[in-house]
Design a protein. Sequence first.
Length: 246
Amino acid sequence: MPTYRDEVVVLRTHKLGEADRIVTMLSRRHGKLRAVAKGVRRTSSRFGARLEPFMVADVQLYQGRSLDIVQQAESLGSYGADIAAHYDRYTSAHAMVETADRLNEAEATPQQYLLLVGGLRALARGDHASRSVLDSYLLRAMALSGWAPGLGECARCGRAGTHDTFVAQQGGIVCSDCAPTGAARVDRATVGLLQSLMAGEWERVDAASAASSAAASGLIAAYAQWHLERGIRSLSHVASPQEGIR
């Protein structure tokens, strides 16, 4: 059986037997991978710490019949400790890797891998508010999967202009004619923040008010969970921007 190498982000792990783990990873070139890491729960393991969630590694794998086997792992990004030391970073990172884990094989592209690595790096460094990093990641991950929200013209009919209603089921911002009764109204500041989060305009994102940030976070969570067709459980533990946690 052949061996192969790839760069991976560890999404989650599960215990297997007394000393092994099954590791779920998002790779740069092979999509999502599940592999057995033998003996990594022993204190003498050479690479157990490199295969923890949020870690980025260069791994060599042996192609097995049902599950591949991790033969080597070299650290490329040790983000786990810096993320785990801060509750807001930790919960945001969990929501990010859970979202990445929901991607199907066709969506697990090199661009998704690079987006996740960049998001985890930003969280570990504390470059921006953790919830903002998560929100930007969710918008971009949806866009890379073909579900970019409409944030300018009406997402349903394409009418140009300034619209103030957001409907996740209809693809984003919609005009008054397309908006169903009771749909969420969005002020211009929040629409601008959504656009900045999508574009990575961090000066504008960092300067946004807590109210706009909280409103944007709620819309993004609803949009992502609608298109993933089930809830992102980790989002229930992520602090709201209004709480002022960084």
